[in-house]
Design a binder for this molecule. Sequence first.
Ligand code: DUC
Ligand code: ZN
Ligand code: ZN
Ligand code: ZN
Length: 486
Amino acid sequence: AEYDLVVLGGTIATASDTFQADIGVRDGRIVALAERLDGGAETIDATGRLVLPGGIEGHCHIEQESSSGIMSADDYYTGSVSAAFGGNSCFVPFAAQHKGMGVTETLDLYDSRAAPKSVIDYSYHLIISDPSEAVLAELPKAFARGVTSFKVFMTYDLMRLGDGQLLDILSVAKAHGALTMVHAENNDIIKWTSKRLLEGGYTAPRYHAISHPALAEEEAINRVISLAKFVDAPLFVVHVSTPEGAELVRRARQAGARIFAETCPQYLFLTREDLDRPGMEGAKFMCSPPVRDAATQDALWRHVEAGTFASVSSDHAPYRFDETGKLMGGPNAAFKQIANGMPGIAMRLPLLFSEGVVKGRISLNQFVALSSTNAAKTFGLSPKKGTIAIGADADIAIWDPNETRTVSLADQHDAMDYTPFEGMRVTGWPRTVLSRGRPVVLEGELKAAAGSGAFVARGTVDLSGLPGHRTPELDPARNFGARIAP
Ligand code: DUC
Ligand code: ZN
Ligand code: ZN
Ligand code: ZN
């Protein structure tokens, strides 16, 4: 046969266009788009369905130890299966360098976790908690093996970097065409507030949110944008939870700086009232930055609509509601002892589709940009992934736009014992996901075997249309000669 697979009769949407066409797939890639194609060894009938680039999940914690050593509930099998049921054909979890670990050592460890288990293609963002001279010198090895993004923290005593260390990372990343991602919250505001809350006996989950005020995020985003502008480095601010933070990102980009950001479903769909549920139930809704209020949700939606955010990512950080996770500190643990994070890798796209596209807040093409195309460009997966085009990988999600569901734990296919979105009603559901033409999920049934996903070596960040700082105060070439990196 001319094609290994033909996807027939669907409505294709990319980040820019919507059209009717058949898709011919050969050797895992899209090789034909036409009004009518014959000659598929296999066919999938997509009549009445939407045919979209598979989701690319750019922020999730899979088989990762937190800084305090708690292992996420999902490994690369359950994590990738859950991602696929949620319409994703590729994901980029974190590989966490904890203090004392080398770069190659960290990436080798994550290769050993992912390769035997993942059912979709994957790469990692390298978390750097310890930018020693040795680690900085080793960073180019990450770049050489296709890991072209780093994540750093401005908070958490075991992870946080000072401003000088952030400048080190930003300038090395810039010199190699890599991207620095940042968790931006002011560490001292959080510590100062937490100490007073705990001393006063305010220990319930709801006080977690009080201890991470919006101003802590605003201050840190403002500072880290300044640092990135100073060395003219691209920056990606993760999990933006406040309109003030989003506004700083929007303004910086408007002024020509290469500043990207994401927000997450929890900030669009949950509020701090969820933290007030009785007993320890509120712990299920604890994440950092915390969920905020209804006015914040509205303002963040305006930023989603207006294009402030490159993507909406899940920040899937799965800790079960039992003694292996959220209740590790016992049934009366103070908020500081409760793991930060919540699951949602399977719900990111159905929630964004239902509340975004079906409710008319964003177009179908914006949905594709926010769920796949922009992540591919920002994280160096483009043009292989993130669109439906000749030559691209056949990473395709086929949606039934009319299917309605009530969100349930059973539909998550993860290793969790709760979903924070339980009971919500959604319209639109991903039915089939292909990764390089292989059915991973076919009409709601898992088809792919553990280890069938592959590591994707990523390229440099696509900064097209983002010109950079117009008149940098620091000119590394002039001030430091060729020695840009520390
Ligand atoms: N940061 C994340 O990115 N995810 C979970 C918790 C956190 O602090
Ligand atoms: Zn974070
Ligand atoms: Zn995260
Ligand atoms: Zn270098």
